[in-house]
Design a protein around this ligand. Structure first.
Ligand code: HEC
Length: 140
């Protein structure tokens, strides 16, 4: 838990949408438990990702995606779920979304903490995850 607190303390930038300076993952997780785990996810366990609309990214997030996530998430050789591979992402989304988000923030297996996007806010990470998990709308 301490690592989470120090991580957020050292974030150099924060998006304007990320108003809460005191927003440790612990709070999010408690909130998620209280609200039945709907948190940031726009899906339910019954949602089929392959039937969902593409998600487009803002120019800023496209840049972040290309510089961080795409390095690993565009090639199955890395073991990462590939962007647009809805079958693989379905397995990820069948777990509570908060677990996925905490794995992204803390790192998990070959997944580095914050996907190496150290300036990313939680909301930005959520948008990136939604983008990667929907039918591909890849930027060249
Ligand atoms: C250095 C390579 C690398 C980078 C960079 C990277 N990832 Fe990953 N990511 C992985 C790998 C490998 C996995 C699979 C981990 C596993 O299942 O063991 C993964 C898994 C994930 C998962 C699924 C976690 C779960 O619950 O199973 C999400 C979501 C994710 N990455 C998001 C991102 C985002 C968002 C970015 C960019 C901000 C990013 N990743 C950048 C390698 C990377």
């Amino acid at each position: 838990m301490m690592s989470l607190f120090s991580l957020s303390a050292f974030k150099p930038f924060r998006s304007s949408s990320d108003k809460a300076y005191v927003s440790p993952s612990a709070l999010i997780i408690i909130l998620a438990l209280l609200t039945g785990g709907c948190g940031f996810s726009d899906t339910t366990p019954e949602t089929k990702l392959s039937e969902m609309q593409k998600v487009s990214l803002t120019a800023e997030l496209q840049e972040i995606y290309k510089q961080s996530c795409a390095n690993c998430h565009e090639s199955s050789a890395t073991g990462a779920p590939v962007t647009g591979d809805t079958e693989r992402w379905q397995v990820v989304y069948n777990k509570p979304f908060e677990l996925t988000l905490s794995r992204v923030i803390d790192g998990y297996g070959g997944m580095p903490p914050l996907g190496q996007c150290f300036q990313c806010s939680r909301e930005q990470l959520v948008s990136l995850i939604h983008y990667m998990s929907r039918p591909a709308d890849r930027q060249p």
